[in-house]
Ligand binder design. Structure first.
Ligand code: NAD
Length: 356
């Protein structure tokens, strides 16, 4: 099959890790008989240098003409002193908004081979395989906000707003994903206090009737954050709002202890999606062939699975990553005694070589 991919390498280690993912995708294309037409695009600091804008219009237009977007990372100290709306990170918010990406998927997996990196030492850490599904374009980050005078001095307010429609569409994404995993959804809210959470809970419960094969339970966010530390292996899919998801997805990913291993996906309607590693542009190691490309390679695997519907191919990439780890190859960030240290490019070569 033929697919058109928008590729945004970005800044710092972005281009280095994206190149390794493209290497792996090229191998997938040749083994499975697909064609990936790639369009290279600017966003972030490099776009500011070239065009004066963090997110040039043409980048958004080309993304919209593509099946999926693969992004590296943006940002760096060179652009730190620019005003807020001109900073490289503005490109990320712009892309999410303009591409209408309302669902953020963040897996947190502890690889058996890397379980020493897991920050939790007790319990069965190798069973940790969580998918956080976070609503990305609604809630308190987008509700009315402002300041006003009051008898107690200045007041500031932010408003959490959710509509049935917004909750329904993110809930369906979570239930659909659970069906491809262990068929369990934990919906996280604060329904004992917040009205928006009570609507959230009602709608999620209603939608769950269309998924009788998926088990649903509800947790308050304070309890969920404790349970994540106490026994993360109890979770399969965590479905939650924008702000709670922002916090819980970082908590879940830190448990794994390996920032260089964490992929993510942002989805909208239909199959379109943007795929990127969770980490940033890591200016401290940029250009030194030290970056771990596995987060970006695993993001490409998510793209194969969720947007291109190429399940076998996605499995093959994930298996190849496992195989590389099993054979003891490590970049510096996940290195441990007795293992073989490799650079960014060699890691990409090894994964590509194990695609069968
Ligand atoms: P960072 O994720 O770039 O780096 C944090 C630490 O993790 C650094 O020590 C870095 O060397 C290490 N690290 C990150 N990715 C790695 C990888 N693949 N392999 C090995 N080590 C890795 O976060 P930061 O230092 O807070 O931010 C650096 C820049 O990146 C900033 O400009 C920030 O705004 C930007 N940023 C961008 C994104 C994004 O593009 N999505 C996300 C976070 C931060």
């Amino acid at each position: 099959m033929n697919f058109r991919l928008a590729v945004i390498p970005g800044d710092g280690i972005g281009p280095e890790v994206v190149n390794q993912a493209l290497k792996v995708l090229d191998r997938v294309a040749s083994v499975y008989g697909h064609t990936f037409e790639k369009v290279n695009l600017l966003a972030g600091g490099c776009a500011i240098d070239e065009t004066g804008e963090p997110l040039p219009k043409v980048t958004v237009e080309e993304c919209l003409k593509s099946d999926a977007v693969l992004l590296g990372a943006v940002g760096g100290s060179k652009w730190d002193n620019l005003p807020g709306n001109k900073r490289p990170e503005q490109a990320l918010l712009g892309l999410r908004g303009q591409l209408k990406l309302y669902a953020n998927l963040r897996p947190a997996v502890v690889y058996e081979q890397l379980k020493d990196a897991c920050l939790l030492k007790a319990g069965n850490t190798s069973d940790i395989d969580i998918m956080v599904v976070r609503e990305l374009t609604g809630g308190i980050y987008f509700g009315e906000r402002g300041r006003r005078d009051s008898e107690m001095g200045q007041q500031a307010f932010d408003t959490e707003v959710y509509s049935t429609y917004e909750i329904e569409r993110i809930a369906r994404i979570a239930f659909d994903i659970a069906r491809k995993r262990k068929s369990r959804v934990t919906s996280v809210d604060k329904a004992n206090i917040l009205e928006s959470s009570r609507l959230w809970r009602e709608v999620v419960t209603q939608i769950s009737k269309d998924y009788p094969d998926v088990e649903l339970n509800h947790l308050y966010v304070d309890n969920a954050s404790m349970q994540l530390i106490k026994d993360p292996s109890q979770f399969d899919v965590i479905l939650t709002t924008n702000m709670f998801g922002d916090i819980l997805s970082d908590e879940a990913s830190m448990i794994t202890g390996s920032i260089g291993m964490l992929p993510s996906a942002s989805l909208g309607d239909g199959n379109f999606g943007l795929y990127e590693p969770v980490h940033g542009s890591a200016p401290d190691i940029a250009g030194q062939d030290k970056a771990n490309p596995l987060a970006t390679i695993l993001s490409a695997a998510m793209m194969l699975r969720y947007t291109l519907n190429l399940k076998k191919e996605a499995d093959a990439v994930e298996k190849a990553v496992n195989r590389v780890l099993e054979e003891g190859y490590r970049t510096g960030d996940i290195m441990s005694p007795g293992k073989t240290l490799v650079g960014t490019q060699k890691m990409g070569d090894m994964v590509a070589g194990f695609i069968e």
